[in-house]
Design a protein around this ligand. Structure first.
Ligand SMILES: [Fe+2]
Ligand SMILES: [Fe+2]
Length: 311
């Protein structure tokens, strides 16, 4: 961290008023002032800090108030190397970068930026990241279907297609990230990333949710696996997390066929934790099974959902 502060000086000021309004001042040669980030604290965790969710994996996320989404970029750190997965939006660049700095990682040690598809909520801050990361070896990893669109954010850093890399990236230590295609869930080039060391699966928009009651480590009840979800959970009178996940997938995914294909790929893996780009971590086998079971039961997804809505 000290090494980082030598060339990147930041000041951080937090003011929590009645609306939990936070002002961040990040000085990176110049001062960016961003006002209006809102973080609702639902548990004891300090969401202003990076949160280590598995060995060497840090949540460096933020809330997108306008979209009603919680967004989850992840920094994977292995020795002197780091890789950032689904880096975040332009508006919340300072939030993500502040959290990266607080992990103690020197941004110059970020070797790869992985983009599992090309939406602005995960690619928007790409030019800002490139401006900070002073690493001639920096590359962008994605699928070739995504790269033409990622070029609209920046064409500065070389782009690698996961297909030409044998669908894997290896750190110097041998730690291996494997890439699995999930086409049309929800973009043609969508893929997911599996960390073989911790058995963490980064699923981008798959397993995302709209959250009115968010926490990073949100858990389901054991009974959820046999439940017919309702808007309000009868067990705690709060919004049903399965329904929130359902609503997200109905709108964001293209079809039940594409989603079922993706879920079948996921079911083949030995998973300890699912780390989606929105919503909460899925950390138990029971929760994972409950969510997959519910998503597989849905027929009207994407365009079929639109048609159903017209009836
Ligand atoms: Fe997306
Ligand atoms: Fe997203």
């Amino acid at each position: 961290m000290e090494k980082t502060i030598k060339y990147i000086k930041f000041e951080y000021m937090e003011s929590v008023n009645t609306g939990y309004k936070i002002q961040l001042y990040l000085t990176v040669g110049f001062i960016l002032v961003i006002t209006g980030g809102v973080i609702l604290i639902k548990e004891d965790l300090d969401y202003l800090q990076p949160i280590e969710v598995a060995e060497g994996i840090y949540w460096v996320g933020f809330v997108d108030v306008n979209a009603g989404l919680y967004c989850n970029p992840y920094l994977v750190v292995d020795g002197e190397e780091a890789v950032l997965i689904d880096g975040g939006s332009r508006a919340e660049f300072s939030t993500v970068m502040l959290k990266i700095l607080r992990t103690g990682v020197d941004p110059n040690n970020i070797q790869r930026l992985i983009y599992q598809h090309y939406d602005p909520d995960l690619c928007g801050n790409l030019p800002h990241l490139e401006a900070i990361i002073n690493n001639p070896n920096l590359k962008i990893l994605s699928h070739r279907e995504n790269n033409p669109f990622i070029n609209y954010y920046s064409s500065k850093s070389p782009k690698q297609c996961i297909e030409t890399m044998g669908f894997a990236y290896e750190f110097a230590s041998g730690r291996r990230l494997e890439f699995i295609r999930t086409p049309y869930s929800h973009s043609p080039g969508s893929f997911i990333t599996y960390d073989c060391k911790t058995k963490t699966l980064f699923t981008s928009d798959i397993f995302g949710s709209y959250d009115s009651n968010w926490s990073l480590h949100r858990k389901l009840f054991d009974r959820c696996i046999d439940c017919s979800p309702q808007e309000t959970c009868p067990l705690n009178n709060k919004s049903c997390h399965l329904v929130e996940i359902e609503k997200f997938h109905r709108r964001i995914m293209t079809s039940s066929k594409a989603l079922h294909y993706a879920l079948e790929q996921i079911e083949k893996l030995d998973i300890a934790m699912i780390a989606p780009q929105h919503g909460s971590l899925i950390e138990s086998e029971l929760d994972r099974k409950a969510v997959i079971k519910h998503l597989k039961s849905l027929e009207d997804i994407g365009f079929d959902y639109f048609l159903q809505d017209q009836v």
